[in-house]
Write a protein that binds this ligand. Structure first.
Ligand code: GLU
Length: 476
């Protein structure tokens, strides 16, 4: 039996969980879930100036919002520097690494010569076999890997296929800097090994690193994990993803009112596919996800598609699920705090729940849902939007409201059906098209030109509030 799957997500804390990182995390999460394994989280916090608690929190918060949980405590790469140094020492002791005393000037000269000769810049190995007794006393050495001088390093990548690197192109990479701090290349290998990572899934910008890292694994005699380097995400125009295209942090998508389930579905489809399917509830993703179905070419981020998918999820979710996501969204929404306060009243909450089925039909995002729900907490006399003003200014509109008020006030039972019957009867008797009665009603009840179904609105607002709002706008 093969070892249980262990994946990891290893973000550098740059201040937010960007969309590419979120997709990498999702792929690792799905793969671990699919095979009953674990996904670990390692924070690559060796850049001390950027790795603030706030930056780390933003990543954890983004993952949590997306519903991507990890196993165990997040691991700090920085905290493991002693272990990285110990491995560098073990490599020196085993003759697989060596201290290098080349000065900055010497290195610059090497680069210059290489450039002049049209070769890629490459360390020439001058301290590879030199006796440390020759070391200049005033230079603190770096530690370099004694990389193989010829042959090939092969990555059997699950996405990229067989990728061959000529070892001549991979020079003796630095493992420890002269101040004793481990390089990223060493730290990643030691951490992945110690964490028992079996599968590395990450962006294909790390493919060349994978070759160098393989050399370190080999020098230590460690098993190299299975690798999958996924193509980057591009904008809809095929150019590198920029802010303009949607290269934003997870928190920006949350504030724009996207649902975590829709985000998971959308991100999974950015690079991965399963036949012609587009809609994947998360359980389905877990069941079907695999690395070999990830495409080799860059995927294109399309905000419109995400929005449509989100609309689909909004309609498909149960009121319970949507309520949960809406409540979680409010603290991040513009004006959300006031709505939170309003919702804390149980009568209001009941009212909101009653309105939800009507609201969700028209909204593609939670922001739109919030906007179309505004009529619930609007206070009288209602502020009218431009369209509502126009509807009420139409000839006979306000008079129709007076007539409607009379009919509705006479109802014994107040619900969507009885109010609809009353409005229809009034329109017929007054010889009006239904719209001529319903449109001013909409404007008076919601202050807007578009709203959920008007009879649902009457039902949700209830008799007293509805009649008062109609009265506010009616003229007899
Ligand atoms: N910290 C790296 C990044 O954010 C990922 C390193 C890795 O996955 O090996 O790009």
């Amino acid at each position: 039996m093969s070892a249980p799957v262990v994946t990891r997500f290893a973000p550098s804390p740059t201040g937010f969980l960007h969309i590419g990182g979120a997709r990498t995390a999702l792929f690792n999460w799905l793969y671990a879930k699919r095979f009953g394994g674990r996904m670990l989280l390692r924070i690559e916090d060796t850049d001390r100036s950027r790795s603030t608690d706030a930056a780390i929190d933003a990543i954890l918060d983004g993952l949590t919002w997306l519903g991507l949980d990890w196993d165990g405590e997040p691991i700090s790469q920085y905290a493991r520097a002693d272990r990285h140094r110990a491995v560098a020492k073990a490599l020196i002791d085993a003759g697989q690494a060596y201290p290098c005393y080349a000065s900055q000037e010497e290195l610059a000269e090497m680069r210059e010569t290489a450039r002049a000769e049209g070769r890629p810049p490459r360390y020439d190995g001058r301290w590879r076999d030199r006796d440390p007794s020759e070391a200049p006393a005033d230079v603190k050495p770096v530690v370099r890997l004694k990389a193989p001088l010829d042959g090939e390093t092969v990555i059997d990548d699950k996405v990229q296929g067989r990728v061959v690197f000529n070892n001549k192109e991979l020079d003796d990479l630095v493992l420890l800097r002269s101040d004793g701090s481990p390089t990223y290349m060493l730290a990643v290998v030691v951490d992945d090994h110690d964490m028992g990572v079996t599968h590395i899934v990450r962006g294909d910008d790390h493919l060349t690193n994978a070759a160098r890292q393989t050399l370190i694994y080999k020098a230590m005699g460690w098993d190299v994990p299975t690798m999958a380097h996924i193509p980057l995400i591009h904008g809809p125009d095929g150019a590198k993803l920029s802010k303009r295209h949607g290269a934003l942090g997870a928190e920006a998508y949350r504030a724009m009112g996207y649902l975590p389930a829709a985000m998971r579905n959308y991100l999974a489809r950015l690079g991965w596919s399963h036949g012609d399917e587009e809609i994947f509830p998360t359980e389905q993703l877990i069941e079907w996800f695999d690395l070999d179905a990830i495409g080799k070419s860059a995927s294109r981020f399309d905000m419109q598609k995400l929005q449509n998918l989100n609309g689909h999820y909004m309609r498909a979710q149960t009121s319970e699920e949507l309520m949960r996501d809406f409540v979680a969204f409010l603290p991040h929404a513009e004006g959300g705090q006031a709505v939170q306060a309003w919702l804390s009243d149980s009568t209001h909450e009941k009212m909101f729940r009653a309105a939800l089925p009507g609201l969700k039909e028209r909204a593609k995002t939670l922001v739109e849902l919030l906007e179309s729900a505004e009529y619930l907490w609007a206070s009288r006399p209602l502020e009218l939007d431009e369209k509502a003003e126009k509807l009420l200014a139409a000839e006979g509109a306000r008079a129709a409201l007076a007539g409607l008020h009379e009919r509705l006030a006479a109802l014994e039972t107040w619900n969507a059906e009885t109010t609809e019957a009353a409005v229809r009867a009034y329109a017929e008797d007054a010889d009006l098209k239904l719209g001529k009665a319903a449109q001013p009603l909409r404007a008076a009840l919601t202050g807007k030109g578009t709203s959920p179904g008007i009879f649902d609105v009457l039902d949700v607002l209830g008799r007293e509030e509805s009649l008062a709002r109609i009265n506010d706008q009616a003229v007899s």
